[in-house]
Design a protein. Structure first.
Length: 358
């Protein structure tokens, strides 16, 4: 098991990146960490970009996330028919694009969640990259959220992982998720190998570059495969697991679960509801894991945002509720978190710091 001092992982895109040394049976000796005199607090991860303000997994959303101070920007990766990694949350294209309009009649039956009941949809593996690049991945956001609509979002395209890397550059780290690992494996695509290949071709296997990467997955099998392909990138197990038969026993934080994860990963990314108190965070920390829960977005959803100044039933604003939620979990001792609203994370950390200083 990895022995790792409990810490608050922090990074500043304006400061040199520093390692936190550790010892691990998995062959991973350090985790992404940076320090600067003017940047303190838990790691800010822009969930699908600044997806509360811009269409998810678009270059516009990634750029806004960086401008709002993200330490890392998340990329969910799916695969095209011709084997290219693209950044998209769903295995289907229809929720966030106009694929049904551009390619009517191209829907197929597939089962990415491996439920045993295939669903008809427009799946990435049935379209080439050239075809996917014809799709509008931004207009849906304007229609769903007129109060946040921007003309620039019209015509946004689904980016490839390489395009995301090129845009982000050294301004933030990459937090890459291996989506639907076993589904793609059955189709002949090895996501871990493909991600490792892209990272290597872009120089991330070189000294001083690995700390700019986290690899996450709901699939333990995916992280074990990543360990085989390239053990040098920190791995984060999302919870609950999506491996067959593992959902129930990974839906509660236990000492046994923490020890299991620490045998092949450096971090845990639980859904927020799994962390009932600071004791759950302490359990994961004692196993040497960093904790990056998801998703800080308040009562909004990926498909339906709300104006941040809108009053809720309890009289608080959407903005205030999100900030309070972030502060609650920070008080538990988390090391970072995924949020759709990066600027609110910054505000929450700053205001909590002022309160602590009083």
């Amino acid at each position: 098991m990895m022995k790792l001092a409990v810490f608050r992982a922090v990074m500043s895109i304006r400061a040199p990146i520093l390692f936190l040394t550790a010892s691990s049976l998995t062959g991973m000796s350090s985790l992404p960490r940076a320090a600067s005199a003017d940047h303190k607090g838990p790691l800010l991860i822009a969930h699908r970009g600044a997806s509360g303000y811009a269409p998810e997994h678009t270059l516009a959303g990634y750029e806004l996330g960086i401008k709002q101070g993200a330490d890392f920007v998340e990329q969910d990766v799916q695969v095209t028919k011709d084997g290219v990694l693209i950044c998209l949350h769903d295995a289907e294209l229809d929720r966030t694009t106009d694929v049904a309009k551009v390619f009517p009649g191209r829907a197929t039956l597939r089962d990415p969640f491996e439920t045993g009941t295939p669903k008809r949809g427009f799946y990435t593996v049935d379209f080439t990259l050239a075809e996917i690049k014809r799709l509008d991945a931004g207009s849906w956001f304007n229609r769903a959220n007129p109060f946040a609509a921007r003309p620039a979002y019209v015509g946004q395209r689904i980016p490839t992982l390489v395009e995301a890397i090129n845009l982000i550059g050294k301004r933030a780290g990459l937090y890459i998720e291996l989506k639907h690992f076993t589904y793609y494996k059955a189709l002949g695509f090895d996501l871990a190998e493909k991600v490792a290949s892209v990272l290597k071709s872009n120089g991330f296997d070189q000294p001083g570059q690995r700390e700019r990467i986290f690899i996450q997955s709901f699939y333990k099998e995916g992280l074990l495969r990543m360990l085989q392909v390239d053990s040098g990138y920190p791995r984060v197990q999302l919870l609950p697991m999506e491996d067959s038969g593992r959902k129930d026993d990974t839906s509660k934080v236990t000492t046994a679960l923490a020890a299991e994860i620490a045998g092949y990963a450096q971090g845990a990314g639980p859904t927020k509801s799994l962390l009932k108190s600071a004791a759950d965070v302490a359990t994961l920390h004692k196993a040497g894991l960093v904790i990056h829960p998801y998703t800080f977005r308040g009562t909004t959803t990926a498909n339906a945002r709300r104006p941040l100044d809108e009053k809720q039933s309890d009289g608080t604003t959407v903005r205030a509720a999100i900030i309070a939620d972030i502060q609650r979990y920070i008080s538990y001792g988390i090391d970072g978190g995924f949020t759709d609203y990066p600027e609110l994370w910054k505000e929450a950390v700053a205001s909590q710091g002022k309160q602590s200083a009083k």
